[in-house]
Design a protein around this ligand. Sequence first.
Ligand SMILES: *Cc1c(COP(=O)(O)O)cnc(C)c1O
Length: 427
Amino acid sequence: MSQTNYSVETKCIQEGYKPSNGEARVLPIYQSTTFKYDSSAQMGRLFDLEEDGYFYTRLQNPTNDAVAAKICSLEGGVGAMLTSSGQAANFYAVFNICEAGSHIVCSSALYGGTFNLFGTTLKKLGIEATFVDPDAPLEELQKAVQENTRCVFAETIANPALTILDIEKFAKLAHDNGVPLIVDNTFATPINCRPFEWGADIVTHSTTKYMDGHATSVGGCIVDSGNFDWKAYPDKFKGLTEPDESYHGIIYTEKFGKLGYITKLTSQLMRDLGAIPSPHNSFLLNLGLETLHLRVPRHCENALTVAKYLENNPKVAWVNYAGLEGNKYYHLAQKYMPNGTCGVISFGLKGDRATAERFMDRLKLAAIVTHVADARTCVLHPASHTHRQMTEEQLIEAGVQPDLIRLSVGIENVNDIIADLEQAMEE
Ligand SMILES: *Cc1c(COP(=O)(O)O)cnc(C)c1O
């Protein structure tokens, strides 16, 4: 994918769709399942991956591709693919290099959906996961790696634990063992952190969150840095380094070089599993991306103000926000995302579970929704909502205290957000 040297703010607006003379200025929605050709021979070449071109939207669509190219450029990758959800992105990113008998090492501080995907569903496919404490020293983490380990996976800012990943430590763990580091960069976004600059090999996103930013479209994205040398470990990544019988014996790393991983994703996994976004959703995602560089700093500024307010409130038992100086992750956050972390804060109120529920029910501006990271302030109690299938033990391991309230600070006027919290905490 062609890229410019523009700064990230300019890329949000200018990258991706590049109209030619006389074409629509704004990214068109190619709401078409299929594409027309004059010769049957040309269609055949497209199927053989001998020629570039669109033929069926499950494999490629111009609207989807333009938005993928924009995200690719924001992250500084060589190739990217959109998926219909963040879940699909994380599944594909791992499954593209794993099969029955493989093993993955993942941080235990994970989004609940990813925890279920890796811990339960992948297991049914014969892929085992070992969950590790992301704060453990390298020597300790190394013990989780096995002969059949095929990747290391973690979130830059874990949802909802809000732990900050030591990306360099995890990249070293992965590379010492000849496997790639896959990082879910949903919460930080490429505005605040670009994991490739710290050694990550593949980045995933739930674009549903800040990227869309308006809570209109569920979506995901996978970006490849092109840096991992699959050919150096031919016994581990046979799907990339040996002929794909379902594609006339194509060898992805031979034919596509640095684009081997992404090409296998689009031409094999997307062909067979099909979790594509609708072009209309990609159009909406693109609108969100155009203002990502304006919204993310405002989310962070508001969240820091709210976190400081909560920290000084006697009714609040604890506050977790890596932007606060006393936070355990403050220094990692300063290193990897000096301009800010995200708009999500977690905290606990003094009292019991009922105190938390009463507080949430009394909020007027902040809505109770199963969502985070959009323009509107919202709130959720993970132990009773997103993470309710976890045992108390698993909750603690994932960094989710049972009294934890997850507050996603929006981009309203911060005084109105604080006034709402204040009135909801009144006796
Ligand atoms: C929401 C989320 C996901 C899942 O994404 P969906 O778009 O809801 O499928 C994955 N990872 C993180 C960090 C998330 O916040």
